[in-house]
Structures are given as C-alpha cells and as structure tokens.
Design a protein around this ligand. Structure first.
Ligand SMILES: Nc1nc2c(ncn2[C@@H]2O[C@H](COP(=O)(O)OP(=O)(O)OP(=O)(O)O)[C@@H](O)[C@H]2O)c(=O)[nH]1
Length: 861
C-alpha cells in the first residue's frame, strides 16, 4: 500500500530502494495521495505540538514551575519478581527525593511508567500505569556541560546544583529553541518544491531529455557540447504565470522578489542567453507554463513543485562544480543521462562513484537508445557498468535505469512507452524521495519531541499528584483544627470573661466579708482576726492606762492589717484558681504545636506596688505577677503598702493615742443627745446598750481625774466636764443636793470606771479605730471607705492578673488561629495548584499521545 512509502522508522537506503521496487506498480496518484495525507497530518501535528509547547511555557511561567526529571539506575537491586526497567525518578532540583518507577517497553517501542508502591508485597499488576513514550529526553534534554580543568562533568551533576526556577528557565529556553526549529520544520514540510538535477556526459542529450519531460523545446539542443550554464526550470506559476528567464547576477543570491538579484530575459532568447553565458557557469531560472494536467505534468503535478536543473555536461572543468551542486541538500534527486552510444566516460564514472556515496538516489537515463542496434547487448553492458559503479542502483535497475529515446519523446502523437514508464517512475521516485528527505526527518523530530513532552508531563503529573496528596493530607489535618478554633473562639472569650468576673467576684466578696467581719470585731474592741502573732495586751493597771490604750490601738490596727492580708491571701487563692482555669482553657482551646505560656504565676507578687531593683532603689512595678519558668528575674518583694488605709500600723496618725481613746466624750454625748438616728450600724446599738447609764455620763465629767496617773490632760477637758455637770444641776433644789449626790456618784463612778477601764478602753479604742477607717458622708450615711477601698483594690488586682493571663491566651489563640487560617489558605492554594497541574499534565499527556496516534508517529491508535 501507499502507506508503506512512509515507514515509521528510517530505513537504510538499500532497504528504501528495495521498498521502492515493491511499489513499482503503484499508481502515481496513490503516491501523491499518501504524500499529501502524510504532509497534512504532519502539519496538523506540528501545529498542535506548537500550541502545546506554547501552552507549557505559559503554564511554566504563570502557574507551575515545570520540573525536569531524570532517571537513574535503581539504588536497590532489582528483585526477580519485579518487572524489568526499574528506574529511580528524581528531579534535578531535588536529587535526594527519589521515586521508584518502572519503565516498560511494549511492542510499539513505547515505554510505560509505573508508579511503584514501595511495599514489595504488592503485586506488580496492581501498579497504576501511566503510558510514557520513553525513559529519557531526546529533544528537550538539557545538555549542559561544566568544564572543570578541561574535563566536562555530567550535565546531571550541574543541573542538580541549580534552583528549581533556574531549571524551569533552562527548560523554557530549550522549548523556545525547539519551537523555532519546529517552525523551520513546518516551512520545510510546507515547501513543496523539489529539485531534480539532470546531469551527464557531454552531449549525452540532457537538454533533449529535459525538453522531453517538459514536452517542449525549451532548452537549446546542439550537436556540439555547449551548455555550460545551470538552467533551472520552474513552473511559471511561481513567477505569476509569466514565462521568462531570470539570469542571476554575479555574486547575488537569487530572490524572485528582489529584482536586483537577477536580470530578466525573454524565454525566446534563451538560446542566446545560454550562448552568451557559455564561458561562465551561470545560473539561469527559467519559468515555463505547463499546460498539461497535474497528473501528466512533472513541473505542475499538484503535489510537489518539481524544478528541473539542466546542468552542464561533465568534463574536467564542470565535474567539480556539478558534483558540489549534486551534493546540495535541496537536490532531492540526481538524474544521470548517459548516451547509450558512449556508455560511461571517465568523468561520468568519477561523478557516479562520488554521487552514489553521497546520494543513494540516482536515476539513470540511458539516452539515444534508438541509435543502438543490439539493444540487449547494450543493456547488458550498461547494467554491468552500473553494477560496478553503483551496486544499489543496479539492484533496483528496473525502476532506476531507463533506456530511452528522448528525441522522439518530443514528437507529438508518437507512442513512447519506455519514456512514459521513465516519467512515471521518476515522478514516484521524486515523491518517495521527498517523503524520505523532507517528511521523515520531520516525523522523527516531532515524534521525539512529543515523547519528551509526554515524559515531562508524566513526570510532572507524578509530582503534582504527590503535592496534591500532601496538600490534601495537610489540609485534612489543619482544617478541622481551624474549624474547631473558629467555633471555639467565642466560647473561649466568654469563658475567659467568666473566669475573670468570677475571680474578681470571689476576691471582692471574700475581701468584703473578711474586712466587715474584722471591722465589726474591732468595733467591739476585739482583734479583727485571730492571729497567732497578734494578741490583745493585758491590762497593766490604772496607772499605765495610757500605755494600755496605745497597745490596744496597736493590736487592733495590726489585726486590721492582718485582716487585709488575709483578704489578699484569699484573693491570691481565687486568682490562682482563675489562672489555673485559664491554663485549662488554653489546653482545651490551643491547638497542638502552639507554645503554652511558660511563665509561672507568682501569687506573692500580687498587691505589691514597688519592687526593688538590684541597687535597692524602689522602682514602679510592672506586670510582675508572672515570672519566667526559670524563676530568674522578676522576683517581687512584698513592700510597704500605702493608700486607702492600707498598712494602718504604719500610719503614724493611726497609732496616735489621745484622751478620747480613754473617754470618747463625743461618742458619749452623741449617743445620748444625738437625734438617735445613728443606729444604722449594729455596733452603735451595742454602744448604746453598753453605756446607756448616767454612769457613762458622769464618767465624762470626772474621768479627767483619772488622768493624773497618766499623761497630762488639757484643762479644756476638765472644764468641759464641769460645765456640763453644772448645767444639769442648774436649779436651786438641785444645788442643795448636789454636793452629797455628787460625792456619792463620784465615788461610785470612779470605782466603776476604774473597774471598767480594761473593758471600756478596747471598745473605745476599737470604736475609734473603726470610725477612723470608716468615714461618714455627712448625711448620717456611713460609707465604709476602708472595706470598699480594699474591695475595689483587691478586685482590681485580681482582675489585672486574670486579664493579663486572658490577654496572653487570647493573643496566643488569635495568633494560632491566624497562623492556621494562613496555613489552610496556603494549603488550599497548593491543593488547587497541584490539582490544576495534575489535570493539566494529564491532559497534555493525552493530547500528545493523540497527536502521535493521529500523525502515525510511533504508536497505533
Ligand atoms: N537520435 C537521438 N538523438 C538524440 C537523442 N537525444 C539527444 N539527441 C541528439 O544529441 C545531440 C545533443 O543533444 P543535447 O540535448 O544538446 O545534449 P546535451 O547533453 O544537452 O549537450 P551538452 O549540454 O552540450 O553537453 C542533439 O543533436 C540531439 O538531437 C536521442 O534520444 N536520440
């Protein structure tokens, strides 16, 4: 079949000619059809390949850094159970990361690449197969040489040192080069021109033969050897249908569009032109209109634009030029004309010997056969000579050696089957030759290129798939964490707020109850708290009543301070509990891998406003409730506490003992002569009960007398007492009784007072101490500044600590949340990218294979 003109593989010239012999019976039309079909397929394949390559470049630039794979011998020895062709696939930018693959060769010489699961127990047939055409690159290979001391190290060792992006750039450049080559190939495939060089001995009838092929007497024919110019005959269609001669100017490269490169001449003047250029081996372009149908015409055959070159006859001068000419790549076929009368001359032998080395495609026309009488003998002799000169031509002599009479072929209506056979053979030969010389190299290059693309796509598919799986695995790990965090965020914030509020509430309420209780007790002359370190002084006797009052005051005040400390300790406990809760919340809400707050809460650092630096200079305290896990630094020294009545024992005014600590005149009067509305507190009620007798009153008046044993009392106090008493007894009757009554009362009172002092002093002092820390608002409403102040202070301190811990957790949580969100976003992008790349390369692989199938390149459908 015609198809066999285009075998998939390049065969040896001998085989080619043999195949040509087998196709002898083929009609020219079949050959033409097959040629056109193959040409169109190749053009389509070239266009599709170009589009794929351009697309890969864009994809490489915009979406995915295309990786360049390399295959090495396996690092592990192959087991007998394993299929052969095991290779380790690595990428040059990442040579350490090996993937084991199996390359299988099937009958169509394709190679399959199997992704191998590392587990040896998995049977080979379960392996997922990706068809790949080859194990190595042909066209897209990055052939880099690195010269070290004159020796080149392997390309692989160089590229492995390169960055992923650099390799992608190198690959891009390689693709660009390949694309421009493909463009050239396209031009080559599209170029339908084919040159047939007609040469031979002097006067062998070359011009006559060319004229016979053209069925026109165009080339000058002479008995004398004359032609020295190379006359290249083209279809006039190439010259806008105009028949004329273009004489190429000396030194110019002919370009039909550039008139400066040639001189025009009328076709009718060709003989003269040839004559004029006899001495110079000039090149003439002759444009001829061939009126015959494409199936008849050689020049205008509808498939290939054949141009015939009538070369000068071979002699010592022209031999070299013609030989060089014949070697040119654009010469598809050399037709050698030999006169049957003369056989092969020395020059002819020389030329043929060389040409058969260079060009296997020789077509031999033994001309002037009509002149030979003993035709068989002649044939035998000529073939014998051909056998010696070009055995391959001799092997295919039936097609390649023709014995004709060119002169008679020009005669109209004269049957010339030998010449017709020659012409038909020549046309087929030109086409077959053309497909070999033009289409086959293009097919081979394109096939190699497509195999490379397929390999590249397959390897990148593997990477993309691995990255996709990695991204999906990462996502399935990190996404639920993010979701949980997002969902838990509000709950965490609420919990933190609750912990803070609860801590503050507990601290505050404890403080309030402890201090109220303590105040209550102090108000009754008892120690605010039971403390081993504080005790009420024992009564030292009347004469040291002043010291007693002072010691009682000290003790009571100290007990209040102690109560404050107790409250603070309770707050510490509550705060610690809160901090622990926050820690638990951290465990509950912070994802793994997020560093927990490693600072340790130091409850003792609470309620200290000053810490000392190394030099002992007081310094404002910063957030030092927490210290580093190592405990270094941040040591907090509980220092003096000031403000809000804190550290009462250190406030001199609180420790000042006055006369009123012994006899609280104001209190007594207020109790008895006040408006009675001061019973808001239970303590004042008790005061009332305890002193609602005249004795209390009298004690005011005479109490001053007891002072002599102690500190001096101001005269004001005494006079005040006397005046009050005299006021009471202002009338006559009273005056009469006053002395004895007064005397009796005084004696009784003094006795009572003296006896009562150990009890009354603590109460008086306690009441006064209480009153000093609890201030009234002037409207009878008592505002417990002491308690409220401490409640606020303790609450604030608790809140400060808990808020700091909450803030820390929130910051960590939000940081971790943002990190996870960014990670998820990142992984989602990777997933998308890998997915897209996986699909893309899969599609490239499929398309590439389809192109090869469609163009009949290497693989069958
Ligand atoms: N009888 C006969 N004469 C031929 C045949 N072919 C050519 N001639 C004659 O041979 C002579 C030379 O023919 P050309 O065609 O000029 O030969 P050529 O090889 O072109 O000559 P150069 O280019 O000068 O070497 C002419 O007189 C032709 O008529 C043929 O087949 N039979």
């Amino acid at each position: 079949m015609a198809q066999s003109y285009f075998p998939a593989q390049v065969t040896s010239p001998v085989k080619e000619l043999a195949s040509f012999a087998g196709e002898r019976q083929l009609k020219v039309e079949d050959v033409q059809e097959a040629y056109i079909e193959q040409k169109d397929k190749l053009i389509d394949a070239i266009d599709s390949t170009k589009s794929i390559l351009n697309n890969i470049r864009i994809f490489n630039r915009d979406e995915w850094v295309v990786r360049y794979p390399q295959f090495n011998e396996p690092t592990r020895p192959e087991t007998t159970k394993r299929p052969s062709g095991r290779r380790s696939l690595t990428f040059v930018d990442d040579p350490q990361n090996e993937t084991e693959v199996v390359l299988k060769r099937d009958l169509s010489h394709s190679v399959s690449l199997s992704t191998v699961v590392d587990d040896n127990t998995i049977p080979a047939e379960q392996e997922e197969e990706t068809l790949l055409p080859s194990s190595d690159f042909h066209v897209l290979r990055l052939d880099l040489k690195l010269g070290v001391n004159g020796s080149a190290t392997s390309a692989a060792s160089l590229v492995s040192q390169l960055e992923k992006a650099s390799i992608a750039n190198l690959l891009d450049e390689r693709i660009a080069t390949s694309l421009s080559h493909v463009d050239k190939l396209r031009l080559r495939v599209e170029d339908t021109s084919s040159k047939v060089l007609v040469t031979g001995d002097l006067n062998a009838g070359k011009s006559t033969f060319v004229n016979a092929l053209l069925r026109r007497e165009v080339m000058p024919v002479d008995q004398q050897p004359c032609t020295t110019a190379f006359c290249e005959v083209h279809d006039a269609a190439e010259n806008n249908g105009v028949e004329e001669v273009h004489i190429i100017n000396d030194g110019a490269t002919y370009d039909i569009k550039d008139e400066a490169t040639y001189t025009r001449a009328e076709l009718s003047t060709l003989e003269d032109v040839v004559g004029e250029n006899e001495s110079s081996q000039r090149m003439l372009k002759i444009y001829l209109a061939d009126s015959r149908t494409p199936s008849e015409s050689l020049l205008n055959n509808g498939v290939v634009d054949i141009s015939l070159i009538d070369a000068p006859g071979l002699n010592r001068d022209s031999l070299k030029t013609t030989a060089v000419f014949a070697r040119q790549e654009e010469i598809d076929v050399v037709v050698f004309v030999v006169s049957s009368e003369n056989h092969f001359t020395l020059s002819a032998r020389d030329f043929l010997a060389n040409a058969s080395k260079e060009k296997a495609y020789l077509f031999i026309v033994v001309n002037k056969f009509d002149q030979i009488k003993n035709k068989e003998k002649c044939k035998r002799l000529v073939l014998q000579q051909i056998k010696e000169l070009s055995p391959r031509t001799h092997d295919d002599a039936e097609d390649l050696v023709h014995f004709v009479d060119s002169a008679s072929a020009l005669q109209p209506f004269a049957a010339n089957p030998a010449f017709d056979d020659l012409e038909s053979s020549l046309r087929s030969f030109v086409l077959v030759k053309r497909s070999k010389s033009k289409l086959q190299p293009v097919s081979t290059y394109l096939n190699n290129l497509l195999c490379d693309i397929e390999l590249l796509a397959g390897a990148n598919s593997i990477v993309a798939n691995a990255e996709l799986q990695q991204a999906q695995a990462d996502l399935s790990a990190v996404k639920p964490v993010l979701e949980k965090m997002k969902k838990g965020r509000e709950a965490l914030e609420d919990s933190l707020e609750a912990v803070e509020e609860e801590g503050v509430a507990t601290s505050s309420s404890k403080t309030k109850s402890i201090l109220l209780d303590a105040l209550e007790r102090v108000g009754h002359g008892k120690l605010g708290v039971d403390s081993a370190s504080i005790s009420m002084p024992s009564y030292p006797g009347l004469l040291r009543v002043w010291e007693y009052a002072r010691d009682v005051r000290k003790a009571l005040i100290a007990s209040l301070d102690s109560a404050v400390k107790l409250a603070e300790n309770e707050a510490r406990v509550a705060t610690s509990a809160g901090v622990d809760k926050i820690k638990n919340l951290a465990e509950e809400h912070l994802p793994e891998g997020v560093e927990r707050n490693r600072r340790v809460f130091m409850p003792e650092a609470m309620f200290s406003t000053i810490r000392k630096n190394g030099k002992g200079t007081p310094k404002r305290r910063q957030s030092s409730h927490f210290t580093g896990a190592n405990g270094i630094g941040n040591a907090v020294v509980a220092g003096g506490v000031v403000g809000l009545g804190i550290g009462l024992a250190q406030r001199p005014e609180m420790l000042e003992t006055t006369f009123l600590d012994l006899f609280d005149v104001h209190h007594q009067l207020w109790v008895h002569f006040g408006d009675g509305s001061s019973s808001s507190s239970s303590s004042s009620k008790e005061d009332e009960e305890g002193s609602a007798t005249a004795l209390g009153l009298v004690s005011v008046g005479v109490g001053a007398m007891t002072m002599f044993g102690g500190q001096a009392i101001g005269a004001k106090g005494i006079i005040e007492g006397i005046i009050r008493v005299s006021d009471l007894f202002g009338n006559e009757t009273a005056r009469k009784w006053v002395a004895p009554v007064l005397g009796a009362v005084a004696i009784g009172s003094v006795a009572y007072i003296v006896l009562e002092l150990p009890n009354s002093i603590p109460k008086t002092v306690g009441r006064r101490v209480r009153a000093a820390v609890v201030s009234g608002n002037g409207e009878g409403e008592e505002e417990n500044v002491f308690v409220e102040g401490h409640v606020v202070r303790v609450g604030k301190e608790t809140r400060k600590v808990l808020r700091l811990a909450s803030w820390d957790l929130k910051t960590r949580f939000n940081g971790a949340l943002e990190e996870r969100a960014a990670e998820v976003k990142n992984k989602e992008e990777s997933e998308k990218k890998a997915k897209r790349a996986n699909e893309y390369f899969g599609e490239v692989g499929r398309k590439t294979r389809q192109i090869r199938v469609d163009a009949g390149l290497g693989i069958e459908a």
